[in-house]
Design a binder for this molecule. Sequence first.
Ligand code: C5P
Length: 233
Amino acid sequence: MKRDVIIACDFPDAATTLAFLDRFTDEKPFVKIGMELYYAEGPSIVRALHQRGHKIFLDLKLHDIPNTVQKAMTVLSRLDIDMVNLHAAGTKAMMEAALKGLTRADGSRPILLAVTQLTSTSEERMHEELLISGRIGDCVCHYAKMAQEAGLDGVVCSPLEAGMVKKECGAAFLTVTPGIRMDAGTAGDQVRITTPAQAKEIGSDFIVVGRPITAAEDPVAAYKQCVKAFRDE
Ligand code: C5P
């Protein structure tokens, strides 16, 4: 898949999501369905967006015992999704089980990504609250390596870490990066952030952009601005 911008559709229901996406008349953007929307609408929202021609990243960040995650992934594999994810902190055994569960009878499966450290987590909180010592980048690279060993396709990380992950795991290992802001003054609850252009320079394959597009006065213009700065064309 080519380098692209994914819009995080963090909306409370299908009606709001469809009304928002109706504004995009030129092209069907790659979209992310997260917990809020999926828990509100269930698989029907995935079917609706697939039917409308959107590529879909189902961002449910699974994290449980291997058996539970494997079975959950089997259920999700029946949906027409392009990407899905879990937390690397669930261990290599959990990631291997997830991959097994996600692989359909014909051998096909969506891209499976591991969340490393959330882009809202600072190094300080990682030390003090999670009791993980050392640099956050080292933790991200370690989780990425573990995910690669488990057979996954890539990771979700901060764009600031995309370069290190590529160095550790090779260019083909995908980096999908939220924590994108049009300028440094609007971080909100995100901590480890960059602009779309910086993310591209560092080596991100997909940027996930939520509020800078969904809360913009002109979401289509904001999306186009991201695309222009990030895609290779
Ligand atoms: O609105 P904003 O651009 O901050 O949205 C970022 C999106 O990426 C949210 O949907 C959030 O759940 C998701 N995300 C994240 N950090 C991760 C993984 C996913 O911010 N590590």
